[in-house]
Design a protein. Structure first.
Length: 447
């Protein structure tokens, strides 16, 4: 008979916090992760596509998912947001459903709009709002709202109103766990997985207060304890949830990537303009101007970029772009030049950076969808990319999108707590392997 499997997803939880620094304050998570391993995230280590990679076992290239936003082909500035329809591969719960097993899936990105599942689904933080149809079956929405009120999908975390951010995080997380417990105790299920996005949000909002080695560390009587106290909240809520789960169930605790201090943001489009790759008809007169608001001479532009936790670089390729200037026979040469110049960028004090620029085909055997021409990680992700222009320096101490203390890191967590001792993990586990581990525990062979 198949075992029940509960997957506790903690978005962006790093090994450093869960396995080391906070372990003594987290009795439930420490017991569950006693035999934990390090999870190696994907390229790029971002919520979307990382969770989709985990639950399908497919690479971002196979999925055609390279982040939240994707550029519309043939459009210099247009983009679309990835959602559940962007994932064409079958997820774990689809494969289990084909074998007659029932699933409870809550908040696993990207799951809006919710798709039919053998069981129930509540969509994730990309849901526009509680007015949307966010459950499968649709009637589950009314059932949940009658008991727990309007569903909270996310919080505004890039804000200087830190007290409000903390209060909103506690309110959202407590409601989420009420829903998890309700579904776990009221429904028949074989597989249950949820992702708590609040872990990621609390780290982005409060990391500089927690991390003494953060370049902008601030000791604060309340804010320096917000991250530990939030993890304690999660720990207590997990302990309550386990009371609704059979004692012989296998419990997996995972994150999609880790987190670390954000040293600053590098203005990639300003740099491209200085290097002659991006041609502007005039310079912005104020800082923080979007590329869409700047007069770009597309007829003379070789490349432009996007900001984010990593930078995406696009080549103005003739035959692909409306006013392409790079001929196809020069495309690889231009990419070589860009890669060399990007990887030679040094820090604000002349320090050497560990910057890497990749062609997507270098990372993925299969490249589908609307991939960028180059994917750039500044100083091994320690510096975020800023796409705006008009700044007095290419090096910003803060995120150009609002207060943000943390960036993503390559390593997350993965652990298996099995009361019967049949399953476990150790060492370093690739994020794609988690999919097969889930199926193995459920007694289903990968198709």
């Amino acid at each position: 008979m198949a075992r029940k499997l509960l997957v506790v997803g903690l978005d962006a939880a790093p090994p450093r916090l869960v396995y080391e620094e906070l372990a003594g304050e987290l009795p439930n998570l420490s017991e569950l992760t006693e035999r934990g391993a390090v999870l190696r995230s994907t390229h790029p280590p971002i919520t979307i596509p990382a969770w989709a990679v985990m639950v399908t076992g497919k690479s971002p290239g196979e999925l055609g998912l390279y982040g939240f936003r994707h550029r519309r082909p043939g459009d210099y500035l247009g983009f679309y947001i990835a959602n559940s329809r962007s994932v064409r591969a079958r997820a774990v719960w689809d494969e289990l459903g084909a074998h007659g097993l029932r699933s409870v899936v809550v908040g696993v990105p990207p799951s809006y709009p919710p798709r039919p599942v053998r069981g129930v689904m509540v969509s994730c933080f990309i849901t526009p709002g509680p007015e949307s149809s966010y459950t499968w079956p649709p009637g589950l929405k009314r059932e949940l709202e009658s008991r727990f009120g309007s569903y909270i999908f996310d919080v505004v975390y890039r804000s200087e109103e830190k007290d409000r951010v903390a209060d909103d995080l506690w309110r959202m997380t407590r409601q989420h766990f009420q829903v998890y417990r309700y579904l776990a105790s009221r429904l028949k299920w074989d597989f249950m997985m949820f992702v708590e996005i609040g872990v990621d949000r609390v780290q982005h909002a409060f990391w500089k207060y927690y991390d003494e080695h953060h370049p902008r560390h601030v000791e604060h009587p309340r804010y320096s304890r917000v991250i530990p106290e939030y993890y304690k909240l999660i720990d207590g809520e997990v302990g309550e949830l386990l009371k609704a789960v059979p004692r012989d169930a296998v419990i997996m605790v995972v994150s999609d990537h880790g987190a670390k201090a954000m040293k600053g943001a590098f203005c990639v489009n300003q740099w491209l303009a200085e290097m002659g790759y991006l041609k502007l008809k005039s310079r912005p007169e104020k800082p923080g101007v979007e590329l869409s608001e700047v007069p770009v001479d597309w007829g003379e532009t070789v490349a432009w970029g996007w900001g984010g936790y990593y930078s995406r670089i696009f080549v103005n390729l003739r035959g692909r772009e409306p006013r392409g200037v790079v001929s196809p026979d020069r495309y690889e040469e231009v990419l070589d030049d860009l890669k060399r110049d990007l990887e030679s960028i040094r820090g604000p004090d002349g320090e050497r950076w560990e910057t890497r620029a990749y062609r997507p085909r270098e990372l993925y055997p299969v490249v589908r969808g609307d991939a960028p021409d180059l994917m750039v990680y500044f100083d091994d992700l320690s510096w975020r990319a800023a796409g705006t222009l008009g700044w007095p320096s290419n090096y910003l101490p803060e995120n150009d999108r609002g207060p943000d203390d943390a960036v993503h890191d390559w390593h997350g967590i993965v652990s298996i707590h099995d009361p019967e001792g049949s399953y476990g993990v150790s060492g370093v586990v690739d994020i794609r392997e988690v999919h097969d581990l889930m199926l193995e525990i459920m007694g289903v062979e990968r198709e």
